[in-house]
Design a protein around this ligand. Structure first.
Ligand SMILES: [Zn+2]
Length: 582
């Protein structure tokens, strides 16, 4: 189907080719079912594969129902819960390729699916019997094609192995993996709505790549800080499973594996599952130059990384990699064997994964000591777009939202009947609390009295602060009746002031050095139906902009990028797939 063996040097496939491959694989195997969940930003099919034993696949609906009993243990009969524990399967979601220049992630799912479809050994049969795997072979199918086309065009030129000079997600670029609490992009919505919220996986494995000069592979445990609303059992599960995978891979002779390094677990922007009963197993393999091999002598490895030294052995980096050639084959081998080790663990410890999953849900519906009883979100005097956006996010995250049937008194504050109430005794209370309370990022220092330790990533995700909405914690029971869970109203974009002949003519500058903020700005304009024209350098150089535009928007971008653009060796870029004007 592909015309090459995935992992061969300098060979990539575009998305239509991979889709044909997965369709053919599902047709040839009774262990694989092919599904299309919807369409991407640019209209490509968004694919998910269900992989398990043929018997399990025939009973998929039954296993989904059993798992749902453990996900929300409220009002379930004890014998039903026991049956779900006894007969249920471990539900695993493996996702790949969200960052499209991490190209091993485009091919590893093909190798993994093929291995699970064709291998007749006892280890694979045990996985298929005990695990239902949902495999999303690309979280960003549009980017698979963007990168494959760019790589093909530049092969054999000085630009071989460079990143394409356009965003590999049309709106969000690399930020597509910061969307797991805002759900702005259609790809995020498809995975949350069709897999997370339906199948409630106990284990979610997301396959990434990192720089070339550090560890060959990162696996959890994560570094501190761990966001404090994540159930401790999930943290324990992450630590146990990541370490078990590293141990398995080391036993196979692989070196250069770092655990408890670089990556923290603070933000829900990357970790929907940490608030929905699942563990997040991130893997980060060292990169080559896209599909072109690199040579990394030992002396060129970094001497410092967060939590370890790539040239020195330590408890969390037990066997340094000796340096040398590093190729796509190495990447897909580490990734495929890592995912296989994860599946083996899921199958072998099915009982423990299900029991812990039930415990996390049970603790959430009982409520955690020290947590507020509820958050009250008044309707009055609030920006309605911000309010409905916030409620929509909570609702999509399966948080139950109720309304007060009577006025609420909290100390001196009074809120009218009809105010929204989120009670923090429900399966996904942690998601609500994390997004409604102000963050307190810990004051971490390099050493006592020393400079601050910079955080890995974004540190704040309080929706009321981001959206200008009031949400008030109620520490005790409200002692009033509440409605059943309600559907929040939906935000309806209106283009008042931006349409018609009187509307300003808006231009949005698009640099040849692709800026993520330019993508986000287009997303805002498209979402709110603001007409605009993209302005590229040739248009700016031609001048007379006043004749064509009333307003020019410059995205947030470094002066260096604006002035110097891309490297001179970069070939002329193709017309962007989303481009609406010349
Ligand atoms: Zn990545």
């Amino acid at each position: 189907m592909l015309g090459f063996d995935p992992g061969e040097d300098r060979k990539l496939a575009d998305w239509p080719t991979l889709v044909r491959y997965y369709q053919a694989l599902a047709k040839a195997s009774d262990r694989i079912r092919y599904h299309e969940l919807g369409h991407t930003t640019l209209g490509a099919p968004f694919v998910a594969l269900a992989i398990s034993s043929p018997q399990n696949l025939r009973l998929l609906d039954r296993y989904r129902e059993l798992n749902a009993k453990l996900a929300d243990p409220r009002a379930k009969r004890p014998q039903d819960v026991e049956e779900a524990l006894r007969s249920g399967k471990a539900i695993v979601l493996i996702t790949s390729g969200i960052h499209s220049n991490e190209v091993g992630g485009h091919l590893t799912p093909a190798l993994l699916a093929y291995r699970l479809a064709s291998d007749t050994g006892a280890a694979t049969r045990a996985i298929l019997d005990n695990v239902i795997l949902w495999l999303v072979p690309s979280l960003n199918p549009d980017g698979v094609t963007i990168v494959a086309n760019w790589y093909g065009r530049t092969l054999g030129t000085p630009a071989e192995g460079t990143d394409p000079p356009e965003l590999y997600h049309a709106y969000a670029g690399h930020d597509n993996n910061r969307d797991w609490y805002a759900f702005t992009q259609v790809e995020t919505q498809l995975v949350v709505d069709s897999i997370h919220n339906v199948w409630h996986p106990q284990i979610v494995h997301d396959i990434h790549q990192q720089d070339s000069d550090g560890s060959r592979l990162f696996l959890p445990p994560y570094l501190d800080p761990i966001e404090p609303n994540v159930d401790p059992l999930l943290v324990d599960g992450v630590n146990a499973l990541g370490t078990a995978m590293a141990w398995e891979l080391a036993g196979e002779g692989k070196t250069g594996i770092a655990i408890n390094a670089i990556y923290d677990a603070w933000t829900p922007a990357r970790a929907y599952q940490h608030y929905h009963g699942g563990v997040r197993i991130l893997s980060e393999a060292a990169s080559a130059n896209l599909a072109s091999p690199v040579d990394v002598p030992f002396e060129q490895l970094a001497t410092r990384a967060r939590g370890f030294n790539p040239r020195e052995r330590s408890w969390n980096f037990s066997h340094p990699w000796p340096g040398g050639r590093w190729a796509l084959r190495d990447i897909v081998t580490y990734q495929t064997d890592g995912a296989y080790a994860l599946l083996q663990n899921a199958g072998r410890y099915r009982d423990r994964w299900l029991a812990n999953f039930l415990a996390v849900g049970s603790r959430a519906v009982r409520g955690w000591r020290g947590w507020p009883y509820a958050y009250v979100i008044p309707r009055q005097h609030q920006d309605s777009i911000g309010l409905v956006t916030l409620l929509g996010i909570l609702h999509r995250g399966q948080v139950e939202i109720r309304t007060a049937l009577h006025p609420i008194a909290l100390g001196a504050q009074r809120f009218p009947a009809g105010s929204y109430v989120v009670v923090l005794r429900q399966p996904y209370a942690a998601f609500a609390k994390t997004l409604l309370e102000p963050q307190r990022y810990p004051d971490l220092r390099l050493y006592p009295g020393g400079p601050p330790l910079p955080p890995y990533d974004v540190t704040a995700h309080t929706l009321p602060l981001l959206m200008g909405v009031t949400a008030v914690p109620a520490h005790d029971s409200l002692r009033i009746a509440l409605s059943s869970p309600v559907e929040p109203p939906s935000a309806s974009p209106s283009s008042a002031g931006f349409a018609g002949p009187e509307a300003p003519r808006v231009g949005l500058y698009r640099s040849y050095a692709a800026a993520i903020d330019e993508g986000w700005t287009r997303w805002v304009f498209d979402t709110w139906k603001v007409p605009y024209t993209s302005i590229v350098d040739s248009v700016v150089r031609a001048g007379k902009l006043r004749a064509t535009f009333d307003v020019i928007v410059l995205p947030d971008q470094s002066p260096h990028e604006l002035l110097d653009g891309v490297r001179a060796s970069t070939p002329p870029r193709p017309r962007a797939a989303w481009a609406r004007t010349a």
